[in-house]
Design a protein. Structure first.
Length: 258
């Protein structure tokens, strides 16, 4: 639930549980399968995933200013970060005395209509069920061309963890790039797409113990069978950790909105 006050385009304030504005995908598509081109979200921002904190409970201020045609957007928030189970938000309260905070900024220039580019910074202290505590900082960046011919999305995140007991610092980088193109025939109903993604978990990162490194490739096509309904076909191949077997699979989805 979110309670929001809109003072103007330049200033809006809200409190509640929301998708952490730590990257582009997490706030652009939320839970609507019809909204996103692909069947699945990128691995780095999966619901129930442990790489990036998907949900955040707290307060957020945001707005947009013309900035000479750059259309600068900003968001800043403070609240409960990850829970003691890091795949979950701190819905029942923060797990320690340090609240998480974040800042996010991006531009959508008039002269390059369809472009969005920006980044974010996130800071928290996480206490696991084992009692181990880690300082967490995340830096992210994205560049998106939002037109359908083509659609291009690139995102990067660097996750830094410092073990507060040992002082050991570990970095885990993650990124994906996705490209799609809406074909001009058959009422532009067909949209083939491709995505490559990579997560390289640092072996020294005890907070991410059990989180696998990932190399994944997705190829598919979206068929908009009606203005508010789509069918998607996907082929995926992926590995989870060095030396593991490569998996392959085909996937199908029917989604609609109203």
């Amino acid at each position: 639930m979110i309670v929001r006050f809109d003072h103007s385009d330049q200033l809006k304030a809200s409190v509640g549980r929301y998708h952490t504005p730590i990257n582009y995908w997490n706030t652009a598509f939320h839970h609507g399968q019809w909204l996103q081109t692909t069947i699945t979200r990128p691995e780095m921002i999966q619901f129930g995933g442990r790489v990036l904190p998907v949900h955040f409970v707290g307060a957020l201020v945001e707005g947009a200013v013309p900035a000479g045609g750059l259309n600068l957007n900003y968001k800043a928030g403070i609240g409960n970060g990850r829970g003691s189970v890091i795949s979950r938000g701190g819905d029942a309260g923060d797990v320690n005395g340090d609240l998480a905070w974040l800042v996010n900024g991006f531009i959508k220039p008039d002269r390059l209509f369809g472009l969005q580019a920006g980044g974010a910074f996130y800071d928290d202290r996480v206490k696991l069920q084992s009692g181990a505590e880690f300082d967490e900082q995340i830096v992210s960046a994205h560049a998106v061309w939002q037109k359908e011919t083509p659609e291009i999305v690139f995102e990067y995140a660097g996750i830094r963890h410092r073990n507060r007991a040992t002082g050991v610092v570990a970095w885990t980088p993650a990124f994906y790039v996705q490209a799609a193109y809406r074909l001009p025939f058959a009422d532009a109903a067909w949209k083939p797409y491709f995505r490559f993604e990579h997560i390289d978990v640092d072996a020294a990162d005890l907070m991410f113990a059990g989180v696998p490194s990932v190399d994944a490739t997705t190829a598919g096509v979206r068929w908009d069978v009606a203005p508010l309904a789509a069918i998607k076909f996907e082929y995926r191949t992926w590995t989870r950790g060095a030396g593991t077997d490569r998996n392959q699979g085909g996937f199908f989805q029917l989604c609609f909105t109203f």
